[in-house]
Design a binder for this molecule. Sequence first.
Ligand SMILES: *[C@@H]1O[C@H](CO)[C@@H](O)[C@H](O)[C@H]1NC(C)=O
Ligand SMILES: *[C@@H]1O[C@H](CO)[C@@H](O)[C@H](O)[C@H]1NC(C)=O
Length: 237
Amino acid sequence: MNLKQVSLVVICCFFIYKSADSRRVAVGQGSNGETLYTDHFIFALQWMRIAPQRFTIKGLWPRDSLNLEKQPEYCKNDTDIDLTWFGVKKDDNVEMWREEWLRHGTCSGLTNYQYFHLALELIHEVDVLNALRSNGYYPGSHYKPMDLINTVLNKMGVYPRIVCEHGNPMIKEIHFNFTNGYPSSSVSMLNMIPPYVMNCGQFENIYLPALVDKTKILVSISLFVLFCISLFVIVIR
Ligand SMILES: *[C@@H]1O[C@H](CO)[C@@H](O)[C@H](O)[C@H]1NC(C)=O
Ligand SMILES: *[C@@H]1O[C@H](CO)[C@@H](O)[C@H](O)[C@H]1NC(C)=O
């Protein structure tokens, strides 16, 4: 092979590599008529304080790594969705799914079936609570976000992002970064880019909330009332 042929092969390899690497797809038009793209998803889980205590899906959000300032939202005016899925009866959960589909799902490059199916598959893949538990991090205690992040990194091989409650050192959400695509076997995990912690300090002690134990509260209140009555009886006599 001469130099020209070698260069040609290199250029071809580069394009094959690039096209395999980035799956940047056009998904809609912005308000100024600009084309909106997506090349990865943020998968956001929220911590549920009610039983059974666990992380649930907050959202699967299409993102564009080349335009982090402006993310694709409301890509299709999908009036069909109300006719096919959501026309029956409005309740909070149904309203939430509808909004998630219209705001984020329409920009995913997936059908509504694929979009919700992917989110349901991913939540089984990303077993955060088990990862934390197996390293001795249980709900109901305080931990440093960076310790939790390093645990996830060791278990899953990627950096997540922890989001605390505003003005309250408590875990609210954990976010993961995925390549886009469908089904879940064709998407892979990516590192979140820093910051790895939002709304609280990386080395601050933050709370992973446990369930409010109603029995315990009831017992302490009863004991306190009994204590007051006894005190009253003793003092009066
Ligand atoms: C979406 O479609 C409905 C019905 O065709 C229309 O009334 C509405 O103005 C549209 N909204 C946008 C943002 O295009
Ligand atoms: C997700 O990973 C991609 C590829 O490394 C990166 O470009 C993008 O910024 C990441 N997204 C976030 C929100 O961290």
